[in-house]
Design a protein around this ligand. Structure first.
Ligand code: G3I
Length: 336
């Protein structure tokens, strides 16, 4: 490929990442991945669902095969994810349709966090400890505990499950001397102001409580803005959320960026340009905040294999050819 590598263009700003499975680890897909990116997230492989065998014992073999390839290729690895209400074995919190007691569920959550962190050590540069814990459109953001998603983890443990998850993760990192591994909170609809406010209050309170016991230290190091946007997304809302999160004194990761077009099927020229324009607006904003933005990760290499493939959300088309969106990201100012 003769396009300028995005990772070079953004070398002085932030890492450029993508979501991968084994499919990206060979042939043309690997070439494109290597050309533009220096960071990857496992799109599915490192989720709790894939960490156990059928007898409920840890088995990281499948995950490790992918991680070995990622390391051979020299990418940084962003860990996704430890505690989530999806793609996670039900038995961690529920048995025979009944929620476990708080103590039992906590023990399973702690064991999962501890064993996974120890398995990967500092092969990851960060862990998303908790993913998608906040409701959409919380009506009273300041009252963030009541705005948490009523997931099985929440129901079994209570509204402190998040804080306890981070404390456990921090303890394991500290005990093992992996202080450089960052702990992230990750969520979507990050352009929604009431949701980003609720996340702001949550991270603020959890970090303040921790800092009372550990002066000058962070419990949650970073906020992940997934960035699953669409044709109606307003870039200024994303800017406002970034400005809010940076007040927390944490780093910001754009962790799962894609932008769906309005109609499905083949993109019209007009739609391709509209999509590119939004990518350009976003990257212009990211550059302004590059002092706190650590990484920008796209959620897929090309339209054909995206989780939202019917709406062509990525920079490269089904033949791995650059779309207008690539040129917009490569030189946002020229596009605006
Ligand atoms: O592994 C099975 C395979 O054995 C089976 O044959 C096949 C048939 O459907 O399914 C495979 O599992 C699929 C899995 O991806 C791996 O390919 C699941 O059905 C499918 O639901 C799953 O989708 C993933 C989705 O998370 C699940 O919630 C997407 O690939 C992945 O892009 C998406 O990523 C999430 C992030 O983790 C969190 N944020 C939102 C984002 C988009 O939903």
């Amino acid at each position: 490929t003769d396009l300028t590598p995005l990772k070079d263009i953004y070398e002085d700003y932030f890492l450029i990442g993508n979501a991968v499975s084994m499919t990206e680890m060979e042939g043309q897909r690997l070439d494109l991945l290597r050309h533009h990116h220096n960071l990857v997230t496992a799109e599915n492989a490192m989720k709790p669902e894939y960490a156990y065998d059928s007898s409920r014992s840890f088995n990281f073999n499948d995950q490790q095969r992918l991680v070995d390839r990622i390391q051979e290729e020299g990418f940084y690895l962003h860990g996704h994810v430890l505690v989530w209400h999806q793609q996670s074995p039900e038995w961690l919190h529920t048995v025979d349709g009944q929620l476990l007691s708080r103590e039992e569920a906590l023990e399973n959550m702690y064991t999962h966090i501890e064993e996974t962190i120890i398995h990967y050590g500092d092969d990851v540069i960060a862990w998303e400890v908790v993913n998608e814990a906040m409701n959409d459109n919380p009506r009273d953001p300041e009252n963030w505990r009541d705005m948490l998603r009523r997931s099985d983890w929440y129901d079994a443990i209570g509204d402190d499950y998040l804080e306890l998850a981070y404390r456990k993760a921090r303890e394991v990192l500290d005990e093992n001397g992996w202080e450089e591994v960052k702990l992230y909170y990750n969520d979507y609809n990050d352009d929604n102001q009431s949701k980003s406010r609720a996340i702001y209050y949550m991270v603020q309170e959890i970090n303040e409580t921790y800092a009372e016991e550990n002066p000058g230290e962070l419990l949650i190091d970073g906020v992940g803005m997934q960035g699953h946007y669409n044709a109606s997304t307003i870039a200024d809302n994303v800017r406002q959320s970034i400005e809010r999160f940076r007040e927390l004194g944490v780093e910001i990761g754009v962790t799962e960026l894609d932008i769906t077009s309005r109609s499905s099927g083949e993109l019209s020229e007009e739609e391709e340009l509209a999509q590119a324009l939004l990518y350009a607006e976003l990257f212009a904003i990211y550059k302004e905040h590059a002092d706190v933005i650590s990484r920008v990760t796209f959620w897929g290499l090309n339209d054909a294999t995206s989780w939202r493939s019917e709406n062509n959300p990525l920079l490269f088309d089904e033949n791995l050819q650059a779309k207008q969106a690539y040129y917009a990201v490569a030189d946002p100012e020229a596009f605006l």
